[in-house]
Design a protein around this ligand. Sequence first.
Ligand code: PLP
Length: 384
Amino acid sequence: KGRPLVYFDNAATSQKPQVVIDALVNYYSNYNANIHRGIHTLAEEATAAFEETRDAVQQFIHAASREQIVFTRGTTESINLVAYTWGRQNIKAGDEIIISAMEHHSNIVPWQIICEEKKAALRIIPVNDNGELLMDEYQKLIGPKTKLVSIVHASNVLGTVNPVKEIIRLVHAAGAIVLVDGAQSSVHLDIDVQDMDCDFFAFSAHKIYGPTGAGVLYGRKKILESMPVFMGGGEMIKEVTFAKTTYNDLPYKFEAGTPNIADVIAFKAALQFLQNAGKARVRKHEHELLLYATGRLEEIPGVRIIGRAKEKVSVISFVVDKTHPQDIGILLDNRGIAVRTGHHCAEPLMQRFNIPGTVRASFAVYNTKEEVDELVSGLQKAIK
Ligand code: PLP
């Protein structure tokens, strides 16, 4: 309060560009209506805008068709959707699901629930001290019992970019399928789900300059078609009688009830914002900030960076000798610097590194080197 803000908590959620806020206000001010069912003008306008976002998302991740884009509340719901539908249908006693040691809780807990229910087992790909997956160990985990690999594309703690193409190739050869958690990668990396050859890809709008409460599940068409429905209600049906209900086609089969219309509509403005800024240019800028911040933080005695993978997105976690991350976070906050502290919803990863938590700075398009300097001087004062 009372200081210019340095916002370095972008991996939790990014700030929203004015065009996104304007899109929200415009919808509520000028064409607020429920979608798909109305025949009046406002409903048609709202439906068209909502469906335009589906096209924009299709292009953003290079999906083959718009039917493969299911709107959810975010990554968490997307993963749960797969767990509760595909998982419940396909996971049997004795089967195995592989995840990694660097997963967010939202890519751990749904699989634990399914494993417990089905008497299946969760297998974990370990990480090395740099925060990279041990691919040899991964290969050893793959076997005839493997049914699904659910893997994070870029770690929200370590910044590590995982070799998802290789991960997918290896397990497809064994006949299993792959879900990629793109919560952190989608804002930084070019996403091509066809080239990646993933079976599912999940991400959230709010980490890509879009609103909260909107997200995406992309799925391979054949798999989505074969999956049982998730939630029952309006929109996801073709016909309802008390004797029998038939379900809607993709993607509506998975979109029961009134969706988050305003936020999905405004998500398109966020995708356009990123496209206009140029993803490659943004990535270069963020990478420069990452390298600069890494170098500057390394100069501070007692600071240890957690996550030294060769390929990283602009997320930098660190611990400071003899201090608790939360204390550092509070002192930085007093200087107007917003960082994230704690376990970052990745408690098993903290256990792997034997630390209570980290301080995390994550960079976005609007961050600057001067702000990194602020962080460094704030940190030096906090340590003192
Ligand atoms: N996966 C990763 C890697 C994340 O960083 C996050 C959020 O921080 C999630 C999943 C969950 O995303 P959401 O809370 O938007 O559902």
